[in-house]
Every structure is written in C-alpha cells, then in structure tokens.
Design a binder for this molecule. Structure first.
Ligand code: TTP
Ligand code: CA
Length: 362
C-alpha cells in the first residue's frame, strides 16, 4: 500500500507577512490588492477569516466584513524564495516530491515508511522541521493516494495533521460534502446537489453508468475519487496545467480596443512565462467577467503548439472580438494557455475546434 503525504502551508502569504512583522501576529491580515483599485484578497490570515474574509473576494468587500485588517501588497518573489526553502526540506526526506503550487506538494513516502505509525512520525517531524526552520505551519495529510491525502491535509486546518490508515479511508470520506473532492468546483457541486448527491458517500454509491450519463468522460474519475481510488503517481516532473494571467479593469469597459490592449499585455506575460519554462501550449483560453460578475471562458484548441505573445494574442483577439457585444460591460479579462507539448512536437498552427466549453477557471 502506498503512503502519500500532502503538505500545504496555512494562509501562506498572510502567515509569511505575520512572521516578518511581529506586530501582525494575532491580527487580521489580508495580502491583496488595494480596495480603490478593485483589488482582491490573495490570502487572509485565520484571524481575518473569522470575520468571513476569504481568498478571491474583492478587498472592498473584505473591508466591510472586517474594517480593521492590515492590508499588505503581495511580494511574490519573496514568497517564492520560501517555497524553494520548503522544497529543500521536503527533499531531505525523499526525492519523490511533486510541487502543486508555491505552497503545496505531494511526497511519496512509501519507501521510507514501514507502515502507518512510521508515516505518522515522518509527518509529525516534517511539521516540526518546517516550524523550526521557517517559522511557519503546514497542514499535513497522509493516505494511500493523492486525492485522499489532499483532503486529509485540509480537514484540520490550520496546523492540521491527519494520518489515515488504509481501512479508515472510506469511512473518512463518506460524510464529507462532495466539494471536498478534487475537481468538484461550484458547478459540479450544484449539479450533484440537484441529483440528490450531497456527500462523498452518496456519490460513491452511484453506478458507473450514472456517472457517465451525467458527467461524461469525467464521470468515472469522479466516481473513483469518491470511492477513495486514485492511482496517479507522485510525479517528479511538474507539468503545469495552464499558464495564465488576468486583470481587473480599473473601470468597466465596453470598448473593444481598450480590452484588446489589456489582453495583449496579458498575452505577453503568459508568453514570457512559457518561454522561461521552455514549454509550448496548444489551447488558448480567455476568461471574461461582466460588470454583473457573470464569468465565462472561451477557448480554441490548436492542432499544434505555440508559445509567443503574438501567436497567443491572434487567437485571443478572435475569441474576445466575438464576445464584445452591445450592452456588455467587461470587468475582468484573463488569458491562459494549456495543453503543453514538448518543444520537439511544435510545428505550425492549425485550428482544430472552438467552443464554449465549461473548463475550470484559468
Ligand atoms: P491557498 O493554499 O488556497 O490558501 P492559503 O495558503 O492562503 O490558505 P489555506 O491553505 O490555509 O486555506 O493558496 C496559497 C496561496 O496562493 C495564498 O496564500 C495566496 C495565493 N492565492 C491567490 O493569490 N489567490 C487566490 O485566489 C488563492 C486561492 C490563493
Ligand atoms: Ca495553503
């Protein structure tokens, strides 16, 4: 039986700021954009969360809930340094480490663990090591697969610790709301609720035919996860699912030229990131939010792969132009590229299909 550990920093950006400035300890802290520039919350300390403040909420809304928080502008390069430091600590335990984002990673500890008790010790020591070396807390979960381990780490946040024996996993998953499952976003959650499925256990009891009927090709994965089955290995090579960038307009706009200028800037940013990671993508997606907060994505898949800003922009321009219609005021735009190829696979561009797919947010 595999032993997979998932580690996730608590309130990552906000905790770093509290560590850096002792005056912020115990205080509601928000790292995010300015309210008068329509900024959003990137990370909220747990003190701020007790007022209802959450990531991705407009800072102005957060201020209404908790007028006294300390607002700090993000400094991503510094957070990245800390992310690199924690990866070094993880690598002291095992070389099988898969970072998921700046503050999250999977470690396959099967080869260094002699069983659940031993995994418990490894996980506990890791938490202590991170605390003493970096002055930050991580929440840790251990289970026999990635999906369940990730849920386990999230269950007792902050400073969480949950080690599951293989025979406990199904009982652990059963009562949880379906949105605890990886890949169940708001839309899937709503659909599951409308079908009478509230908990992971409810979902696990459905048949494969049911899952396929209602969720198409994603149905079988959804069902397997609900049944605590996930064979994916902890992968040493991190393949980013998408590279993206988005921006909120200073003022809502219906002007195509203004929107395209901003889109071009985003394409440049995405292209630069792809170049620096030496990757090519084959699907370009734009995310658009209207002034009433209606948000949708439009995408175009190419037969081959692209990387540079002009190529990305060519497709974005087609997608955006179709959407700028009378009466529509835009609030936010995003550009993302996914479907990565190895450089050698890259030839020339050919449009394959276009459509209005319900993809996850950028
Ligand atoms: P999360 O792990 O989702 O959040 P968190 O670490 O702040 O809090 P916790 O895990 O305890 O619930 O995201 C990690 C960092 O990524 C977060 O500190 C800031 C950044 N982030 C954003 O910039 N915008 C977002 O919408 C989210 C969710 C995260
Ligand atoms: Ca986190």
């Amino acid at each position: 039986m595999r032993q997979i550990l998932h580690a996730d920093f608590d309130a990552f950006y906000a905790s770093i700021e509290q560590r850096e400035n002792p005056k912020l300890k115990g205080r509601p802290v928000v790292v995010g954009g300015l309210p008068d520039q329509r900024g959003v919350v990137a990370s909220a300390s747990y003190e701020a969360r007790s007022y209802g403040v959450r990531s991705a909420m407009p800072t102005a809304t957060a201020l209404k809930m908790c007028p006294n928080f300390e607002l700090i502008q993000p400094r991503i390069a510094f957070y990245k340094e800390i992310s690199d430091q924690v990866l070094e600590l993880f690598h002291e335990i095992t070389s099988v480490v898969e970072p998921l984002s700046l503050d999250e990673a999977f470690l396959d500890i099967t080869d260094i663990s002699t069983g659940v008790k031993s995994s418990l010790k490894i996980a506990y020591r890791l938490k202590q090591k991170v605390k003493s070396t970096l002055g930050l807390t991580i929440s840790v979960g251990v289970a026999s697969n990635k999906s369940t381990a990730k849920i386990a780490s999230s269950i007792n946040k902050p400073d969480g610790f949950k080690i599951l024996k293989p025979e406990e996993e199904l009982e652990f998953l059963k009562p949880l709301p379906v949105n605890f499952l990886w890949g169940v976003g708001r839309k899937t959650e709503e659909k599951l609720h409308s079908l009478g499925v509230q908990t992971v256990g409810d979902l696990a009891n459905q048949s494969a035919t049911w899952a396929k009927n209602y969720f198409g090709k994603n149905g079988s994965q959804l069902l397997l996860r609900a049944r605590g089955i996930d064979e994916r290995p902890v992968s040493l090579i991190r393949v980013a699912k998408s590279i993206s960038s988005e921006t909120t307009l200073l003022e809502d706009s219906a002007n195509l030229d203004d929107i395209l200028v901003l889109a071009y800037g985003l394409c440049e940013e995405v292209g630069r990131k792809m170049e620096s990671e030496k990757i090519f993508g084959s699907t370009v997606r734009v995310k658009l939010r209207l002034s009433d907060f209606t948000t949708f994505t439009r995408q175009l898949s190419l037969k081959d792969s692209i990387q540079n800003a002009d190529e990305i922009y060519k497709i974005c321009r087609v997608l955006i132009t179709k959407e700028v219609k009378f009466g529509r005021q835009f609030r936010l735009i995003g550009v993302g590229v996914s479907g990565f190829f190895d450089k050698n696979d890259s030839t020339k561009n050919l449009f394959l299909d276009s459509g209005q797919m319900n993809l996850p947010d950028l």
